[in-house]
Design a protein around this ligand. Structure first.
Ligand SMILES: *[C@@H]1O[C@H](CO)[C@@H](O)[C@H](O)[C@H]1NC(C)=O
Ligand SMILES: *[C@@H]1O[C@H](CO)[C@@H](O)[C@H](O)[C@H]1NC(C)=O
Ligand SMILES: *[C@@H]1O[C@H](CO)[C@@H](O)[C@H](O)[C@H]1NC(C)=O
Ligand SMILES: *[C@@H]1O[C@H](CO)[C@@H](O)[C@H](O)[C@H]1NC(C)=O
Ligand SMILES: *[C@@H]1O[C@H](CO)[C@@H](O)[C@H](O)[C@H]1NC(C)=O
Length: 300
């Protein structure tokens, strides 16, 4: 009797975990994790994904120009990319049951180019037994990092006539594809919010993304960050984009700035059409609450 009960409880836990894995909107986000104090705080919290910005700059008090964690216009930090990644990797090594992922937002192609060696330490695929030395290699394999790494940049000009200079798309994709374990998170610059309350992703903007991904023979997981207020008005083209990239296990990451105008009903319709298993949701709590996403089915 007691054993049956234990089994039943275990089964419930497994299925709700499976449910969570299929519901990507349960993933939680921290933003601008660009200094030591905040990084420590986020690692001590329940947040799953750490979004952080990378620019070429300096560590306060030093001269060497290296990839550092900072958001433009800032160009200095107390945290380098190397230090950020090794701290997260150490945390994940010590907490195998609650892995935290990183979304690295590269603000220039120069910052990404200079970061290649540092990222490569963490972005190799799980090693295979290529020399017939499985047992010997097992310990190395176990300590190999496998926490989620996303490489993000706005690589194309987007709505509404954004004049922000995108990160060079060809170079970003070419270098990104050298990190096969990493998720490529590639999006469009945007000009929205404030008194700009109307706009959408055009078929041409979506088509250019598809062409770039095909031309660079991308063959790894991709996600497309889309701004909530604009995505809500762009359902047909976003569905095209995700269908055409389904072999890359593609998803969309819906993000929003505080105060953006969003047609909530349309955004909800988009998310439910795309599916919770293909939608990361990185929006202010107020907007997330208004979406009233359907709850997980009750288990009996
Ligand atoms: C550290 O980062 C957090 C989040 O971006 C920010 O709120 C805080 O002011 C930063 N602290 C310092 C000392 O820069
Ligand atoms: C929108 O806001 C900007 C500054 O926030 C202002 O310069 C511009 O005139 C406004 N445009 C309209 C149409 O109100
Ligand atoms: C894509 O990568 C997988 C391994 O991850 C490989 O098996 C497959 O052949 C690759 N496909 C193409 C078209 O390169
Ligand atoms: C997509 O996911 C499947 C199943 O997890 C995996 O075998 C395949 O390699 C993935 N393909 C890409 C391009 O990420
Ligand atoms: C998916 O996750 C969201 C956010 O945690 C939650 O509100 C919703 O009820 C979940 N739905 C399903 C079907 O799991």
């Amino acid at each position: 009797m007691l054993r049956l009960l234990v089994l039943a409880v275990a089964a419930t836990v497994v299925s709700s975990e499976e449910e969570n894995m299929r519901n990507l909107t349960t993933v939680t986000w921290a933003h601008a994790v660009n200094n030591k104090t905040y990084l420590e705080a986020v690692l001590a919290s329940n947040i799953c994904m750490l979004e952080a910005d990378i620019v070429l700059g300096t560590i306060s008090g030093k001269d060497e120009v290296i990839p550092v964690m900072a958001h433009p216009p800032a160009t200095s930090s107390d945290l380098s990319l190397a230090n950020f990644l090794s701290t997260v990797a150490q945390y994940n090594y010590e907490n195998t049951d609650k892995q935290k992922g990183v979304k690295l937002d590269f603000k220039s192609i120069e910052a990404f180019e200079s970061s290649q060696d540092v990222i490569a330490r963490y972005s190799k695929p799980q090693s295979s037994c290529d020399h017939g030395q499985c047992n010997l290699r097992r310990n190395i394999t176990q300590s190999q990092p496998n926490f989620p790494i996303w490489l993000n940049a706005d690589i194309l000009p987007g709505p509404v006539d954004s004049q922000v200079k995108p990160v060079d798309p060809a170079k970003f994709l070419e270098l990104g594809s050298k990190h096969p374990r990493a998720v490529l998170s590639v999006g469009w610059t945007t000009n929205y919010g404030g008194n700009l309350t109307e706009g959408e992703y055009s078929g041409e903007q979506i088509g250019t993304m598809l062409r770039m991904i095909n031309e660079h023979h991308i063959n790894q997981t991709v996600t497309f960050p889309v701004r909530a207020g604009l995505a809500a008005n762009s359902q047909p083209v976003i569905l095209d984009l995700l269908r055409e990239t389904s072999s890359l296990n593609s998803s969309m990451t819906v993000w929003s700035s505080e105060g953006d105008h969003v047609e909530v009903d349309r955004l909800r319709a988009l998310i439910l059409t795309v599916g919770l298993e293909r939608t990361y949701l990185d929006v202010p709590q107020e907007l997330a609450a208004k979406l009233h996403l359907p709850p997980a089915k009750a288990k009996n």
